[in-house]
Design a protein around this ligand. Structure first.
Ligand SMILES: Cc1cc2nc3c(=O)[nH]c(=O)nc-3n(C[C@H](O)[C@H](O)[C@H](O)COP(=O)(O)OP(=O)(O)OC[C@H]3O[C@@H](n4cnc5c(N)ncnc54)[C@H](O)[C@@H]3O)c2cc1C
Length: 213
C-alpha cells in the first residue's frame, strides 16, 4: 500500500501563493496494515503521531521534518490509490474527476483528467438535450480511452522501485538519485517530456448550449 504525507512550512503571507523560499516535504510509506489504511480518517493529532512513529529514527533531516509537520497548518495525509470503475453513472447521478477515475498523484494528470472529463460531459449533455441516458453513455464512450491512457501511465512496479524497503535498496536508490541529479537528468527529462498526454486521443469540440434538461 502506498501512502503520502506532505508537510509544509507556513506561508509567509496568508492568502498568497508559495514563496520561492518555502519548502514542501513528503513522507512516503509502503505499508499494508489496517492501521495504515485507516489512519487518514483519524483525528489529525493521531495521524501525525502515526507518521512520527514510522519516521522518528530515519536519520538525515527527518526529525526536523517531523517537528515541522506538527506545527504546519498545511499538513495533509492520504492513502494513495487509483480509482478504476467500469461505471461512471447511474440514473441521473454521474461521477467526474477523481471520483470517476483518480489517476494517482504520481501521474500528474488528476486535474487535467477532471477538467477534460467535465468538458466531455458538458459537451455530450449539450449535444443530446432531453436525452440524458445517451449523453451519459457517450460521456463514458468518448472519455474512456483518454482515462485508460493516463491511468496506464502509472506503473506500480516503478513506484515500488522508488520506495525501497531494505537498507541496501535505499542506498542504491540514493546513489542513483545523486548521480541523476549530478548529471541534471530531471531537468533534461522535463525538457524532453511530451506536453500532450493521452496518446492519440483528441479533445472533442463542444457544441454551443441549446437547452436545459
Ligand atoms: C499529494 C497530491 C499531489 C497531487 N499532485 C497533482 C499534480 O501535480 N498534478 C495534477 O494534475 N494532479 C495532482 N493531484 C491530483 C489532483 O489534486 C486531483 O486529481 C484533483 O484535485 C481532482 O479534482 P476533483 O474536483 O475531481 O476532486 P477534489 O479536488 O478532491 O474535489 C472534491 C471536493 O468535494 C468535496 N467533498 C467531498 N465530500 C463531500 C461531501 N459529502 N459534500 C460536499 N463536498 C464534499 C471535497 O472537500 C473537495 O473539495 C495530486 C493529488 C494529491 C493528493
Amino acid at each position: 500500500m502506498l501512502r503520502v504525507n506532505p508537510c509544509q512550512r507556513p506561508r509567509s503571507r496568508p492568502g498568497t501563493q508559495w514563496a520561492p523560499n518555502e519548502t514542501q516535504a513528503y513522507f512516503v510509506l509502503r505499508e499494508e496494515s489496517e492501521e495504515a489504511s485507516a489512519i487518514h480518517r483519524a483525528p489529525v493529532e493521531r495521524q501525525q503521531e502515526f507518521w512520527a512513529s514510522r519516521f522518528h529514527d530515519a536519520g538525515w533531516q527527518t526529525d526536523r521534518f517531523i517537528e515541522g509537520m506538527k506545527t504546519s497548518p498545511f499538513f495533509y495525509s492520504q492513502e494513495v490509490v487509483q480509482v478504476r470503475t467500469d461505471t461512471w453513472s447511474k440514473g441521473r447521478v454521474v461521477l467526474a474527476g477523481d471520483a470517476a477515475h483518480c489517476a494517482s498523484p504520481y501521474s500528474g494528470m488528476g486535474v487535467s483528467g477532471g477538467l477534460v472529463g467535465a468538458h466531455v460531459l458538458a459537451g455530450e449533455i449539450n449535444r443530446h438535450p432531453g436525452d440524458l441516458p445517451t449523453a451519459l453513455a457517450n460521456y463514458d464512450r468518448v472519455l474512456r480511452p483518454f482515462v485508460n491512457e493516463i491511468q496506464g501511465e502509472v506503473n506500480p512496479r516503478l513506484l515500488r522501485l522508488a520506495m525501497p524497503m531494505t537498507q541496501r535498496a535505499i542506498d542504491a536508490f540514493r546513489a542513483t538519485a545523486a548521480v541523476a541529479c549530478f548529471l541534471r537528468v530531471p531537468g533534461l527529462a522535463a525538457r524532453l517530456a511530451k506536453e500532450d498526454r493521452g496518446g492519440n486521443w483528441q479533445l472533442p469540440e463542444n457544441p454551443a448550449p441549446t437547452s436545459t434538461i
